[in-house]
Design a protein. Structure first.
Length: 423
């Protein structure tokens, strides 16, 4: 299996300056499934924890226990696991680093970095580029180095030994940095500078995917590889998530709904679009079951095996999907076409011009202000995917039904430490 993750992408970018990139476009055409379900999480680290989590956190986005190791599951103990890219889910102790969490090989960074210097932009500019837990100095653009490493992992893997490869690219996570000035200029004057920088950064991701696919072809692995391409959350300006509302860090669809592609020759029929609601937590049980591993464990899984959805056109295995549950007045849940949002906000930006994606300085309430004004919103996503018509007042029984499910999840969840003082 090869899982390629596009970080904080402008996935639904529309308009006259929309970006189409070669390798991902080719994958979509070949690709057995183009799936645009309700998706990952409102923020990147939330989605990454969920995708790699083996034990249920009941939707909480800061699970303290997760195992990335599909290799520890039953008959797949002889496989190789590798990660090339952004970790972003635990760094204060080496016990939480990739090689201690089930990966045999790792290259990349634990937090956020400058794409060229590989220095952490959170901690006084310290180097945050490591191979198997050890600092390493390498020259080059982070996304390109990650793709090259992933391709090298594929090429040196013995053909008779299974491989799980996870590639969470640095692109297009902030700080947004294109590989070169020339790459940005190539997209102008069709786009403004911000959009052109995003396009150039995204093109580097696309080229990286091309290198990985080429390595699969060269080693004769493509026909026996399940490729999953997805994003970890909705985009943020200068990206656009139209026709969906809002941006990263929001629980409106623009913050959480992301398209995904799954390709596996001979197993999934090409060219079909799935609109069933799925979640990134579904990847773990799906991968483990495909590899012949066991899903038995102490705590129940949030995720479900979605291969019947991908291969047979079956409906979503979820009766409901908890999108987030931080407090009694800060979260969201979906049941079928219905979605309840508690104190929704439009994401990481203040007010944003949806036509241009440009930021404004005014217009955003703080989290404290939002929580002091409890608000329930109800949307029917089939009829109103852009979430423009709040039906809470017209459908009080539906609000009550979703609220009861939300409260049950919240009660069962263990609060992350940083949220334990909230009510």
């Amino acid at each position: 299996a090869a899982m390629v993750e596009q970080s904080t992408a402008a996935s639904h970018s529309g308009g006259t300056d929309s970006l189409e990139t070669t390798a991902s476009k080719a994958l979509a055409a070949l690709a057995e499934r183009a799936t645009p379900p309700s998706g990952p999480a409102a923020e990147c680290r939330s989605a990454m924890v969920r995708a790699r989590s083996s034990e249920s956190s009941s939707g909480q986005c800061a699970s303290s226990r997760f195992r990335a190791s599909v290799k520890k599951s039953g008959s797949i103990s002889e496989s190789t696991t590798a990660i090339c890219g952004k970790w972003h889910v635990g760094h204060f102790d080496k016990a939480y680093w990739p090689n201690a969490r089930g990966f045999d090989h790792s290259l990349g960074h634990l937090e956020g970095i400058d794409y060229f210097t590989h220095h952490n932009y959170f901690k006084n500019g310290e180097l945050d580029w490591r191979r198997n837990g050890e600092d390493v100095v390498e020259e080059g653009y982070a996304t390109t180095l990650e793709a090259n490493e992933a391709a090298a992992v594929i090429r040196r893997q013995p053909k008779d030994k299974p491989l799980f490869l996870y590639v969470p690219f640095t692109g297009v996570h902030g700080p947004l940095q294109a590989p070169s000035k020339e790459a940005v200029i190539a997209y102008q004057p069709a786009m403004n500078e911000q959009r052109a920088t995003l396009a150039a950064t995204m093109t580097a991701v696309d080229e990286g995917c091309g290198r990985i696919f080429a390595a699969l072809d060269e080693t004769g692995r493509r026909e026996n590889t399940l490729i999953v391409f997805c994003s970890d959350n909705g985009g943020m300006p200068p990206g656009r998530n139209l026709p969906y509302r809002a941006f990263k860090s929001s629980l409106y669809e623009g913050g959480i709904r992301s398209p995904a592609l799954a390709a596996w020759p001979g197993h999934i029929k090409p060219g079909t679009i799935i609109t069933e609601p799925l979640h990134i937590v579904d990847l773990f049980p799906t991968f483990v079951k495909l590899a012949g591993g066991s899903l038995e464990q102490k705590l129940p899984l949030d995720g479900r095996d979605i291969m019947p959805v991908l291969t047979e056109g079956k409906p979503s295995p979820h009766e409901d999907i908890l999108l987030n549950a931080i407090t009694a007045n800060d979260g969201a849940i979906r049941m079928g076409d219905w979605k309840l949002i508690l104190n929704g906000n439009d994401g990481v930006t203040p007010s944003v011009d949806l036509a241009t994606g440009e930021r404004k300085k005014e217009g955003r309430k703080t989290k404290k202000e939002r929580r002091s004004e409890p608000k329930e919103e109800l949307f029917n996503l089939r009829d109103d995917p852009s979430e423009t018509k709040d039906l809470a007042a017209a459908q009080p029984e539906k609000v009550k039904e979703l609220r009861q499910r939300y409260d049950a999840y919240l009660k069962a969840a263990v609060k992350p430490l940083q949220f334990q003082s909230r009510k």
